[in-house]
Ligand binder design. Structure first.
Ligand code: 5GP
Length: 198
């Protein structure tokens, strides 16, 4: 997705330890036009799959998730990272190790929002080790629903998440794939025939 790639090139900041900061359009300030295009692209890639829900994790997955859900005309659910005091009904709980915070979080989703047999698309902002995506997939499977696919805005292909998710049999669609952040330089896994706009 060229618009997104251009944004990563122009505004992405490489932090140490394989972390890319994109807080000007995705992780803090959010670019609604770009998010709309992200939603359209995921919707295009997963069209005809009979998706009934989009599932993401708070907070940075919510913008791409809601735009995808809007395009697919289905609800968005976001997994919570903290158990809400008002969440008294039955919940699904999974443990997820956070790559950026270096700590384990319990993520929760209310049982009433995923019914057995539903066809769920998982969307997230980044893919590193696949912890968040696997945690979300386990919740879908606990509910007796199926994971139609996993849509990732920015995949760091030099980390193991891509390989692990594909080995587990999930369909993975990443809009931008980063090959390396070494020496502070962002390099991409080049898609064939792709030419960046001026
Ligand atoms: P994973 O669970 O695949 O190890 O990591 C993905 C999660 O960690 C995403 O939900 C995202 O919030 C966060 N994350 C992982 N790598 C990065 C990164 O390089 N930059 C930012 N901003 N978030 C990241």
């Amino acid at each position: 997705m060229l618009l997104l790639k251009q944004k990563v090139i122009n505004e992405g900041i490489v932090l140490g330890q394989g972390v890319l900061k994109v807080d000007s359009f995705l992780n803090h300030q959010m670019d609604p036009v770009l998010m709309r295009e992200v939603g359209r692209e995921f919707s295009r890639r997963f069209t005809g799959e009979g998706i009934t829900k989009v599932l993401t994790i708070e907070s940075s997955g919510i913008a791409p998730g809601i735009m995808t859900a809007l395009e697919l005309n289905v609800p968005l659910i976001f997994a919570r990272k903290q158990k809400s005091l008002t969440l008294t009904e039955d919940i699904y709980v999974e443990k997820v190790y956070s790559f950026t915070k270096k700590e384990s979080n319990e993520i929760t989703v209310s049982k009433k929002f995923i019914a057995p047999g539903e066809r769920v698309l998982i969307v997230d902002d980044f893919l590193a080790n696949g912890e968040a995506a696997f945690g979300l997939a386990r919740i879908v499977e606990q509910a007796g629903a199926s994971v139609v696919g996993i849509g990732i805005v920015i995949e760091k292909s030099f980390q193991p998440g891509n390989r692990l998710l594909q080995e587990a049999g999930y369909r993975l669609e990443s809009l931008v794939r980063i090959a390396s952040l070494e020496d502070g330089v962002i390099s991409f896994v080049e898609a064939e025939g792709e030419v960046l706009p001026e």
